[in-house]
Ligand binder design. Structure first.
Ligand SMILES: [Zn+2]
Length: 325
């Protein structure tokens, strides 16, 4: 183990107990407050929804231990989709959680069992150096421990009912997890992203994430409708934390899906510097939205918080245009 990894292990986990036996653990994905992992604890049985990366696994261990539990209590490891900020630690977790099964969308299962394509695809987005820093080496999951959860699949965690909703649009291998007990939905990236630091007096700023390589605005709008139709009290966003899905928040999210798709279509005939130009457009759209909501943070701070999403969204929109033919 190198000294950098050692330092990460020695750091203290940041976590927050929410209601209904749900705990948010900061995955420390590059920086604090970027990606969440949710522990659901039901009478000593644990489901881990979202895994962060390999570097996040020690934080999960710490939080379980703080609650008098261990990896042996984990029954299910449930990444919402196989993008590596959600599923990068799944193989390592499954190695450590001997009693757990991995629950994954049918289109994502093969990538968890043999992560080589997933690694190659992610390296194509980030480059090899950044990939290794962010994710390390992805450990495969034994096929016999994988449950494929298609739409409306149901699962019980010690009697607690979970229902899986097929939610393409951000990615085809994306499901959301509806938890009846909290009347909440673990939304992965389907209900967009919303950073608490940018929440305003007019509520949270929620916007779509159009990460490469399967963004599909029509499906995403339908999936958002599917989530809203459950009339949930709370959305557990991976980026970052619980958000109350008010009508205003849902409207704002849907508006962002259309706005981002339209920005891309505007540049359909102009491939040159398209990613750079999309970044400028997305950034100004988001800063204008935040200004209209009366966000009190400085524009520089706002830009820093959304920087990574602006780049990923631009890259994803460029991919999407490429697929339009
Ligand atoms: Zn994603």
């Amino acid at each position: 183990m190198n000294s950098k990894a050692q330092n990460i292990i020695e750091e203290k986990a940041t976590y927050q107990d929410l209601d209904h036996g749900i705990t948010l653990v900061d995955a420390e994905y590059g920086k604090p407050g970027a990606a969440a992992i949710y522990l659901m604890i039901e009478d000593g049985d644990v489901a881990i929804i979202e895994t962060g990366t390999n570097h996040s696994v020690p934080y999960i261990k710490q939080v379980l231990e703080a609650k008098g539990l261990s990896f042996n209590n984990v029954r299910y490891v449930i990444p919402t989709h196989v993008h590596l900020d959600h599923a990068g630690g799944a193989g390592e977790l499954m190695h450590l959680c001997k009693n757990a099964q991995l629950v994954i969308h049918p289109f994502g299962a093969a990538h968890m069992i043999d992560p080589s394509k997933l690694e190659a695809g992610t390296i194509a987005v980030y480059g090899e150096k950044k990939f290794r820093e962010l994710y390390g080496k992805i450990r495969p999951v034994d096929a016999s421990r994988v449950i494929e959860a298609a739409g409306f699949f149901k699962l019980k965690l010690n009697g607690r009912k979970l229902q899986f909703l097929d939610t393409p649009g951000h990615a085809r291998h994306h499901f959301c997890v509806y938890d009846i007990k909290s009347n909440g939905i673990f939304t992965g990236d389907t209900f967009g992203v919303s950073y608490p630091q940018l929440t305003t007096a007019h509520g949270p700023c929620v916007f779509a994430t159009t990460t490469p390589v399967q963004f599909d605005p029509g499906s995403l709008l339908q999936s958002i409708e599917c989530l809203a139709s459950r009339e949930p009290d709370i959305m557990y966003l991976t980026h970052f934390g619980p958000v109350v899905p008010t009508e205003a928040a849902i409207k704002q999210l849907k508006r962002s899906v259309r706005a981002f798709a339209n920005m891309a279509l505007e540049l359909q005939a102009e491939p040159e510097n398209r990613i750079e130009r999309l970044q400028v457009m997305i950034k100004s759209y988001l800063l204008e939205t935040l200004a209209a909501m009366g966000c009190e943070q400085s524009p520089e701070f706002q830009a820093e918080v959304i920087e990574n999403d602006v780049l990923l969204n631009a890259q994803g929109l460029d991919f999407w245009l490429g697929r339009q033919g």
